[in-house]
Design a binder for this molecule. Sequence first.
Ligand SMILES: Cc1ncc(COP(=O)(O)O)c(C=O)c1O
Length: 368
Amino acid sequence: MFLGNPELGSKEAYVPGLTKEHVAKTFGIPLEDVAKLGSAENPFGPSPRADEAVKAALNLSIYPDWTAASLREKIATKYGFPPEHVICGAGETEIISWIIRAFAAPGDRVLMFVPAFPIYHMTAESEARIPVYVGMGSELDFQWDDYIAAIEGNVRILFLTNPHSPTARLIPEERIRQVCEAAEGRLVVLDEAYIHFTQTNGGMHLLHDYPNLIVLRTFSKAFGLAGLRLGFGIAAPDIIAPMRHLKPTWNMGQLQIAGGIAALDDDEHVNKTVDAIVEMRAYVTEKLRKLNRFSVVGEPRANFFLLRIEDKALDSTTVFEELLKRGVIVKDGSVSFVDLGKRYLRIDVSLKKEMDRLVWALSDISNS
Ligand SMILES: Cc1ncc(COP(=O)(O)O)c(C=O)c1O
């Protein structure tokens, strides 16, 4: 007998990427040779400044400030907003869950392109809010007319991801403006988890023009702090206020607060990461364009790209499994993303050693 709410029963809660240890053990490959390209983590590891600050913050008997005031002040100063415009969470993921609950009632709708970051629809469904999907078509590009036309009735929240996941495509600023204007009394969520890798400043300045916009950022990617669990949102105080009521009171521990403050000063680590990823993105996509059984979707602007399988004899699960045997972990699009179908893999951009292993493994599959 299942006693939970019906929305919480039937499906897998989340399908995480595989670990290096699992693949090394299963396929007998030395751990250091396994290329982990499925979780978009930072190949240079954590910001060294954050690492040091976290180790120095081990004052574990004291409650942290419940709003993470010192971290909010740091974020506010860095990005040019008052601290009341900032809220911090255990990753963007936690903030997304408050957004769903604070701005849509059960039965209300939540708009997004598909494929999309699965947490949007999973969180909506688990709270009995209803995802509305706008397809991206056979070229996996934004269908703006369809998206704008879908803004109606009880659609309360609109997600945009820039750069988009899993396609890694960049959204032009005028489109974000168009959506904010068409949304009127609805909330637009601009998820900029991967914005550093676009080498643009992103859309925070749009907050000055649109009171119905919230911009989300994470420390998990360019700052290399996925294990610390830290993200933030910036929006008008009217948007922040309801989320403060939903936020578990002490959601941010001392270590997150200290790590986040230090990471924001670590431009050296962020710049080194972004420079290397941008260089390797050009390197690997150039190499992959020479393989005729696969192609790269669009002009990727994130620290990952989407690979299309052109050979009809192969599908994403077969290629995913063949890559695992060769010590390469990627994301099988058919498992991780609604509506992506059986022809796509999302693959991280990493260091040269990992990129060379990926190119070798894909060529090896091509030749077998
Ligand atoms: C588009 C997008 N947004 C947000 C996140 C999650 O970030 P966090 O680690 O801050 O919860 C991810 C993680 O992979 C993502 O792909």
